[in-house]
Design a protein around this ligand. Sequence first.
Ligand code: FPP
Ligand code: ZN
Length: 444
Amino acid sequence: MGILNGNLPLASLRLKDDDLPTETSIEQKRTEDAVLEKFVPYAPHNPSKHSLDTIQLERKKHLSYLKKALKGIGSWGAALDASKPWMLYWICHSLDLLEFQFTPDLIDKAIQTLKQWQLPSGGFGGGGDQLAHLATTYAAVNAVAILGTPEAYALIDRRSLYQFLLRMKQPDGSFTMHEGGEIDIRGSYCALSAAALTHLLTPELTENCIEFIQRSQTYEGGIGPYPGKEAHNGYTFCGLAAMEIVGGVHTLDVDQLTTWCCGRQMQLEGGFQGRTNKLVDGCYSFWGAGDFPILKAELDRQQLQSEDYLLDREALQEYILLCCQSESGGLIDKPGKGPDFYHTCYCLSGLSTVQHHVQYHDVQLAVGDAKSTADGLRSLLWTSKNEYIIVGDVDNLLAATHPVHNITLRAARNIIHHFYKEEIKSIQDLLPKDEEITLYAAEE
Ligand code: FPP
Ligand code: ZN
């Protein structure tokens, strides 16, 4: 539907508060003012309104911002010294969504760089001299998938990775982010996503995972970092995607969860907030909108079919395209902020999510007796319909992102084909075969 396509005066969509100003309500009004300024030239009641068709994703500017980073970043990068695999993933995934062609040279350079961060005892650290961490391991595995060559796949030491994942696993089904580190649902998602892509899901790794996530769903309906903590879209996506990997979404209160997720899309801004009564932020374009393909798949499985994702696809695109593009390239949290690779990655990932119709094919995959192998292969059952909703120029269309792993569908299919070669041969007949869901074979 969209905000700018509607008939309502924009100001009528402002958050209605109780007229008792607080720091938060003042910030909310300030944010609405900044968003309105961006929306006014396209507003339905503006007599000299610009056509929405003229709205552009500044592809060239974003590509140049990202490509520059591949040559090295300035000394400010020291602040992100513990997040090097993250930066590689954010940059490479953004480039992949923008359909950038990675050269063999670049791929080789990225492989050599990633190698330095893998530890002999398994997993990847934030940099060469750091402890292995689940978040940077997730980012490194995703980066390998995006690079997508046999040399890149061969870089992952699966044996030690599995040992690392098991060492992080706690008896209650949770994961600690690193040895002696904090426990929260990011760990469940990072561990299960990396394991699913590399064929390492085992009953030992997944035991009690469903129960831990289920206990982290709060009275509001969203999922918090661990039981008893506030629901937040970052953790909700992690919990929901982790549940999808192990086939446990139905154990959540899906009704309450859906209501909570819908409530996070802002009325006027069209973008998402992370939690109740907080501000819109471009990064929740993925952490928030990313919940909907998984929710839709579950509603379909429960035969509560909804025709589409239960969010306003156009409104989110309007927010991203009009409020989150930096003049100098890269994407941002909200008007007035500067670009960074994290917001660039998650604004683009959210944009891709709401442009495409990615759907789950509910096929029962039996691979011998191994439920966990079949669980890993569930990620292959997501395909993109040839139907798009594009706000602005048709060239704004990005590549489709995988709703669970947040790498392109192509990158996900290729890595799964590589690590599950034998199993795929034995279940080939069960896999969906329409034209638009071609399974891309990894290059030999
Ligand atoms: C609150 O920040 C946000 C957090 C405490 C973390 C959110 C978690 C994620 C984004 C998910 C990370 C996922 C992986 C895979 C590691 P805030 O109080 O500054 O923001 P808010 O006001 O928007 O809540
Ligand atoms: Zn943000």
